[in-house]
Design a protein around this ligand. Structure first.
Ligand SMILES: C[S@@+](CC[C@H](N)C(=O)[O-])C[C@H]1O[C@@H](n2cnc3c(N)ncnc32)[C@H](O)[C@@H]1O
Length: 234
């Protein structure tokens, strides 16, 4: 009697091939879905970036920007990579959901008051307002350069939620989340600004700060998440 005719014979190879066939099918379906998601996200990011170029290209804004004296210690408007911004905001949303300090009887977490320091023409604020990524009670932004604020109002319709202000004088204590993407090019000015910002933030508030100078060593902050740019104020 051949081995395969023996009723005790278990065809492990055949079983493995069978399983592998379906696993391969499943993996192919997952990778196709991921590709479609990635291509859709890339296309949407390009559209948002193009809309921002239109905002900055508005004749009144473009000519006002040409006449602006930029502070040599400050960065001009350099937009945060939009894919990265989305990734960080999704991580922030998860952290808030899991944070007992933000527990809420009604929502996944207590809706937050959000401030962007150096919001430029308001692209990130517009994305947050309309993207449904975070639960928020208020989304606000400031920038030192007035034409950017005008673009945020005229193009993105952000009204009084954005205003011209100085990162070095504003009060950060009312906010649950502060997003600050390196307003200052000068290292000492950035460090001084960061220390003041953290000093004023309320305990339990979150700070999202790519390209920062001092936060990693600041004992008043604890790093959270995997993106490496989110801290919580102790
Ligand atoms: C690197 S860009 C970041 C833009 C935007 N936050 C983003 O991440 O896409 C820095 C922004 O900070 C603004 N800025 C520079 N100095 C500032 C100050 N003292 N107060 C407020 N905003 C300032 C600039 O005008 C510029 O729009």
């Amino acid at each position: 009697m051949a081995e395969t005719e023996d009723p005790r014979f278990i065809d492990y190879v055949g079983e493995a091939k069978y399983n592998l066939y379906f696993e391969t099918e499943a993996l192919a379906a997952i990778s196709k879905a991921l590709l479609y998601t990635e291509l859709s996200a890339q296309a949407l990011c390009r559209v948002v970036t193009a809309s921002e170029a239109s905002a900055l290209g508005m004749p009144t804004i473009a000519s006002a920007l040409k006449d602006t004296d930029f502070d040599p210690k400050s960065f001009p408007y350099v937009a945060y990579d939009l894919r990265e911004f989305l990734r960080v905001m999704i991580e922030l949303d998860t952290l808030l959901k899991d944070d007992p300090d933000y527990k809420d009887g009604k929502f996944r977490y207590r809706p937050i008051r959000f401030l962007e320091v150096g919001c430029g023409p308001g692209r990130n604020l517009y994305v947050l307002r309309n993207g449904g990524l975070l639960l928020w009670s208020s989304i606000e932004g400031i920038d030192i350069v007035e034409p950017y604020i005008n673009a945020a109002r005229d193009f993105y319709n952000l009204g009084d939620s954005v205003w011209q202000d100085d990162a070095l004088t504003i009060d950060y204590s009312p906010y649950d989340v502060v997003f600050s993407h390196r307003p200052f090019s000068d290292h000492a000015a950035e460090a001084e600004y960061e220390k003041r910002l953290v000093g004023l933030m309320k305990r339990g508030a979150y700070l999202v700060a790519p390209l920062c100078e001092t936060h990693a060593e600041d004992t008043r902050l604890v790093a959270l998440g995997e993106t490496g740019v989110i801290w919580k104020r102790l």
